[in-house]
Write a protein that binds this ligand. Structure first.
Ligand code: FES
Length: 76
């Protein structure tokens, strides 16, 4: 039942990002990250795949507790 309702919009995490793609994937070279990179995990950012703070509103509206993935250099 859970997997048979894939075309149903209920339960979808991605509401509007690159919906014409079969799968949304981003890849970055670690060498290209200067000091810190902040990536969205709530799928609500207008700057996706980067976090723009939209998770705060999402959490307030839904009671969720999601936040970004932050990658930083140890010496930064
Ligand atoms: Fe999605 Fe910050 S906007 S995690």
């Amino acid at each position: 039942r859970y997997f048979s309702s894939r075309s149903d919009s209920k339960g979808k995490v991605n509401l509007e990002i690159s919906k014409d793609s079969a799968k949304v994937v981003h890849s970055f070279d670690i060498e290209d990250i200067s000091k810190k990179a902040v990536y969205c995990r709530c799928w609500r950012s207008k700057k996706f795949p980067y976090c723009d703070g939209a998770h705060t509103r999402h959490n307030e509206e839904t009671g969720d507790n999601v936040g970004p993935l932050i990658i930083k250099r140890r010496d930064a």
